[in-house]
Design a protein around this ligand. Structure first.
Ligand SMILES: [Zn+2]
Length: 328
């Protein structure tokens, strides 16, 4: 499924449509009633880890004011402002542009909105649609996905959009391979979102230093929201840590190094995505590491939970044995 940087990119595509009226909702989804989206204003947009949230309401109001989200620890930032990245700034600039645009639109359509409000007889609560994307999930703005290659029969099967939202300015958003459900409020906790400026390092380090293998903890969305399998593989290679090493075997410096690589890698990945560029992988899906060593591959995960394909280099990421067994 798309990892944090991809979902954040989807957010930057959806965000410019905030403030507009949905003139038509279509798509192949059977999970939601498309009628619930027709003639609703797209009010707000939020992202948390691998989830995207879009808010709809019958009246046009200032986005952001009605965010009754689970933003429990927002504002308790412990992150060094120096760690604010280029991609943060790009996102902030985009949000500012959109915010200005929304103000203009809001003023221009206030008359219409008031009329609509009158018809609606009072304000409805915002309804939030949560998107959780599948392996090849994506969002496209003002374009549909095209088949990348023909199948064995030579047919170019165009993927079907689960949801297509057409807006009053003529633009549209198409959502592919995603689960959708209505929620009363978005769940966001920026302190555990690796792409948030308020990501809490201390909390993340505390989770990492537990006795569980680090490759299990890194995929735990309670502490590393948005961190997925590609990021996990790459940062453990950069940090030179074997994926099955229990966090409790690692010294503070190594744990800090894993965290630094996680923040740097995700931020770079997002930066590249916003510029339409890909990311070169060091170990993920590779046969050999950049130093030419043979790479190992196995399906790893906690007992009873999802196991994920994991790649590592036994030379660059040697196994660490418990201290008391190294020198008996
Ligand atoms: Zn190697």
């Amino acid at each position: 499924m798309p990892e944090g940087p991809s979902v954040k990119k989807f957010y930057t595509l959806a965000f410019p449509f905030v403030g507009q009226l949905v003139t038509k909702a279509g798509g192949s989804t059977k999970k939601i009633d498309l009628k619930d989206l027709n003639q609703r204003y797209f009010q707000d947009c939020m992202v948390h880890g691998k989830n995207l949230f879009l808010a709809f309401g019958s009246d046009l109001r200032t986005p952001g004011n009605d965010r009754a989200c689970d933003d429990l620890e927002a504002g308790s930032s412990t992150q060094d402002p120096k760690l604010s990245t280029g991609s943060d700034m790009m996102l902030q600039e985009k949000e500012q542009e959109v915010s200005d645009l929304r103000k203009l639109r809001s003023q221009a359509s206030r008359k219409d909105a008031n009329a609509f409000d009158g018809q609606a007889k009072g304000k409805d609560a915002l309804k939030w649609l949560r998107f959780h994307f599948g392996m090849f999930g994506s969002v496209r703005a003002n374009e549909f996905a095209r088949a990348k290659q023909a199948n064995k029969k030579g047919d170019w099967n165009v993927p079907a959009a689960r949801l297509v939202l057409s807006f009053d300015d003529g633009g549209f958003l198409a959502f592919y391979n995603t689960r959708m459900d209505w929620v009363s409020r978005p769940f966001t906790r920026p302190t555990c979102d690796i792409l948030s400026a308020t990501f809490h390092r201390g909390q993340a380090l505390e989770a990492l230093r537990r006795s569980k293998p680090v490759c299990f903890t890194l995929l735990d969305q309670r502490y590393f929201s948005g961190l997925g399998n590609i990021i996990k593989n790459e940062i453990l290679f950069f940090a030179g840590v074997h994926p099955l090493t229990p966090g409790s075997f690692l010294d503070h410096k190594t744990l800090e190094s894993i965290l630094d690589h996680a923040l740097r890698f995700t931020s770079e990945w997002l930066h590249n995505k916003l510029q339409g560029k890909g990311m070169h992988h060091q170990i993920y899906l590779k046969e050999t590491c950049p130093l030419g060593h043979q790479v190992m591959k196995d399906t790893l995960g906690p007992p009873g939970a999802l196991k994920r394909l994991t790649w590592w280099c036994p030379e660059c990421q040697p196994e660490i044995l418990p201290k008391h067994t190294v020198h008996p």
